[in-house]
Design a protein around this ligand. Sequence first.
Ligand code: UDX
Ligand code: UDX
Length: 448
Amino acid sequence: MPSRPSKLVCIGAGYVGGPTMAVIADRCPDVQVTVLDLNASRIAAWNGEALPIFEPGLPEIVRRARGRNLRFLTQDEGMAALAEADMVFISVQTPTKTTGEGAGKASDLQYVEACARLIAAQARGHTIVVEKSTMPVRAAERIQQILSANTSGATFAVLSNPEFLAEGTAIRDLERPDRVLIGGQDAAAIQALRSIYAAWVPAERILTTGLWSAELSKLAANAFLAQRVSSINSLSALCERTGAEVSEVATVIGSDSRIGPKFLQASVGFGGSCFQKDLLSLVYLCEHHGLPEVAAYWQSVVDVNEWQKRRFAEAVQQAAVNRRIAVLGLAFKKDTNDFRETPALAVCRTLLQSGFEVVAYDPRVEVGRFAAELGAPAGFSSASTAAQALAGAGAVAVLTEWDEFRQLDWSQARLAAGAVILDGRNIVDRAAVRRAGHRLHVIGAGLT
Ligand code: UDX
Ligand code: UDX
């Protein structure tokens, strides 16, 4: 096998696999990159004009590389590519298990294991298998076991290469990463993967570790980031009781170079497909390895987040002057259409269960899919503009920090008389709300 792989395959064309492979193809025009997915409509979207995920900068890159050295195929169409691949990335979901041992905490590896079985069946010659998905520590052992059960005579090396991109900034994160992490034991395989990233990532930013350290580092990095959000969110409640303002406290804390300013933005709670899943996976691992105190520590980060979402939903209910609530923002953060584990799901559920009517607006989320996730309740409807959602509302819940919501013209909002705006992201223009004569409740600052 050449030291620099020339044929890459990625299984999983999601929020991680799609952008990552697009950037690799863009930066390594001599490498053939094939992205596979079981979901045919997702593949059709990757091959069309409207990509299946909204990510700033992504369409330009896909347009440049697609048809040159980047292609998207359904899994069925991709068997020949899999057989020929030098390197196969596994980038499928690893959600929290819902049944069986570890249900509610452990990561479900069934999709990853299915990929390993597929690779074992199709591979010819020597293939490097790269875990891109976030895995529990020692998951590579299981992949190795499955691969070694193949009967075709193919040989394998397994690496862990967890992806640190954040949605909304994925392209910047991929093009200028703080670090790329490669974990493994096989020096030639590590060198092969390193040679891909070396096309654009400075050598000192490509870190190599053992397999288990790489797997655990990704869980730990997400746990640390989530822990910062829960820490500041816990203080947001104390600020509301005492008259301190959490954004001021965060600025002061963050100006200590030992702490740093990032991930100190108080919010209605963290969401997304990773933080909660990875925290719970870490909790499960600690319990499994007989470390209940460590498990309890990380569980508390999840608990504070659940409490923060509940606390915000209760504040909305108490503030509302009628039964109609406008929800602005469904995505779990700005600049993505992703609503997995978004705080908006928890807030809407609580409001609907209490008999409120919710009218939601988000600039990118497909509200029909969001409604389906809620179970299509009668009290939930969507608006095509923010102004439409606000009309007649007895309270407004701002749940995503979209730039559009920073610039809202509150003097034009046709809210119910006495309506309260509850800002779960601290982005609403306070002076504009005051001028318009509305009341504003800001997370971590109380009524302003
Ligand atoms: C997910 C997790 O969120 C992340 O924590 C993990 O590190 C990687 O997997 P993401 O790309 O966001 O990342 O997931 P998702 O958007 O659900 O994409 C996964 C894709 O894999 C889906 O399109 C799914 O159809 C596909 N898939 C799944 C396959 O192609 N084959 C399978 O066997 C299973
Ligand atoms: C995260 C990690 O940042 C990334 O490195 C990893 O690869 C995947 O998980 P992501 O979930 O896409 O990325 O977004 P992130 O920017 O981390 O935000 C996660 C959640 O925390 C969002 O709901 C966001 O609104 C919230 N958050 C973040 C806060 O509430 N306050 C903050 O200060 C930062």
